[in-house]
Design a protein around this ligand. Structure first.
Ligand code: CP
Length: 332
C-alpha cells in the first residue's frame, strides 16, 4: 500500500487510509484533537461549525452499525451535510464500478467520502482517482486496515491508562482476518507501548506475524499473564476459507475470554472489543458486561475520534494537548 498517498507535500494528513506509515506526531495530533471534541458530545447543543457547508458521503459496501452511525453523528456534530448511500439499492447492483459510483457522487460536489469495502486497498484505489480537493477516509477495507477503529481504541486506552509506555497489550482471536488488529498493532508500536502480544491458534495467525512487532502466543493462559489491556476480536467467518477452528465450543474453551482467564491479566486490566461481539464465542457475557469492560465507552469515543480525523483532513483546527503527548513528542 502507498502510505505516502495520505500525506500532502508538507507531510500533513490529506486522506486517512491506514495507520501504517503514519508517525507518532500524526497519531498524537488525532488523539489530542479528539480530546477537544469529547466535550461537544456532553453539551445540550452538540454542534460546532467546523464543516459547515461541506458534504460528506458515507459509502458502505459492507454491513456496519458502529462505524457508519458514528461517522454520521460525527459529521453532523461538525455541521456537515451527510448523505448515507444505501449500496444495496444503488446502481452498483446494476454493474456500475466503484470508481464510476465515486465519480458520479463527486459530480454532486461531495467534499469527503467515508468508504467501507470488502476489497483490501479499495480506499487507496478511490484516493488515487479523486481530485485534490476531495478527501477519503477508510472505514475498513477487506482484511487490510480499519484505521479509525484503531485510533478510537488508542484514545480509549489512553483515557483509561493515562499513557502508552510500560503497557502490555494482548490482542486475542482471529488475527488472520482482522483489519482492526492490523491497525491496532501499527498504532500501539508507533505510540511506544512496552509489548504487543497476539494470542490465537496457529490457524488464525498470519504468516510471519512477528514481523509486525508482536510477541506470539498460542496459549491464552501464558499470553494473558500481567497484561494491562485485553482486546478481543470477532471470528470473521465471512472472510474464512475452509475450517480454521475445530468447533465453536472448543474455540470458546481455549480462546474465549471468561472471568477466570481474565484473572491472569493485571487486576486493573481493561477489556476491549471493536464489535460486533459474539457472546459465548469469543467473550463471555460476565466479562463483556463486567466492571473491567470498556466496550461501550469505545463506541462513544469513536464519535470524538472521527470528528477529529474529519476536522484535521478538512483543515479545521481544535486541539488540546494531553499531558502524555508532550513527553512522547520529545521522545520521538
Ligand atoms: N467495529 C466496527 O467496525 O463495527 P461495525 O462493523 O458495526 O461498523
Amino acid at each position: 500500500m502507498r502510505a505516502g498517498l495520505q500525506l500532502d507535500g508538507q507531510g500533513r494528513l490529506h486522506h486517512f487510509l491506514s495507520i501504517e506509515g503514519l508517525d507518532n506526531q500524526t497519531l498524537l495530533q488525532i488523539l489530542d484533537t479528539a480530546e477537544s471534541f469529547i466535550s461537544v458530545g456532553e453539551r445540550e447543543i452538540k454542534k460546532v461549525p467546523l464543516l459547515r457547508g461541506k458534504t460528506v458521503v458515507n459509502l458502505f459496501f459492507e454491513p456496519s452499525t458502529r462505524t457508519r452511525t458514528t461517522f454520521e453523528i460525527a459529521a453532523k456534530r461538525l455541521s456537515a451535510d451527510v448523505i448515507n448511500v444505501d449500496t444495496r439499492v444503488s446502481s452498483t447492483t446494476k454493474g456500475e464500478t466503484l470508481l464510476d459510483t465515486i465519480r458520479n457522487l463527486e459530480a454532486m460536489r461531495t467534499d469527503l467520502f467515508v468508504v467501507r469495502h470488502s476489497m483490501s486497498g479499495a480506499a487507496y484505489l478511490v484516493a488515487q482517482h479523486v481530485p485534490p480537493h476531495v478527501r477519503i477516509i477508510n472505514a475498513g477495507d477487506g482484511s487490510h486496515e480499519h484505521p479509525t477503529q484503531g485510533m478510537l481504541d488508542m484514545f480509549t486506552i489512553r483515557r483509561y491508562k493515562g499513557s502508552f509506555e510500560n503497557l502490555r497489550v494482548a490482542i486475542v482471536g482471529d488475527i488472520l482476518h482482522s483489519r482492526v488488529a492490523r491497525s491496532q498493532i501499527h498504532a500501539l508500536n508507533t505510540l511506544g507501548v512496552a509489548e504487543v502480544r497476539v494470542i490465537a491458534p496457529k490457524t488464525l495467525l498470519p504468516t510471519a506475524v512477528e514481523r509486525l512487532g508482536v510477541s506470539v502466543y498460542t496459549d491464552m493462559h501464558t499470553g494473558l499473564e500481567d497484561v494491562d489491556v485485553v482486546i478481543m476480536l470477532r471470528l470473521q467467518r465471512e472472510r474464512m476459507q475452509g475450517a480454521r477452528i475445530p468447533s465453536e465450543q472448543e474455540f470458546f474453551n481455549l480462546y474465549g475470554l471468561t472471568l477466570d482467564k481474565l484473572e491472569l491479566a493485571k487486576e486493573d486490566a481493561i477489556v476491549m472489543h471493536p464489535g460486533p461481539m459474539n457472546r459465548g464465542l469469543e467473550i463471555d457475557s460476565s466479562v463483556a458486561d463486567g466492571p473491567q469492560s470498556v466496550i461501550f465507552p469505545q463506541v462513544t469515543n469513536g464519535i470524538a475520534v472521527r470528528m477529529a480525523i474529519m476536522a484535521i483532513i478538512m483543515g479545521g483546527k481544535a486541539q488540546r494537548e494531553h499531558p502524555d503527548s508532550e513527553r512522547l513528542r520529545r521522545r520521538a
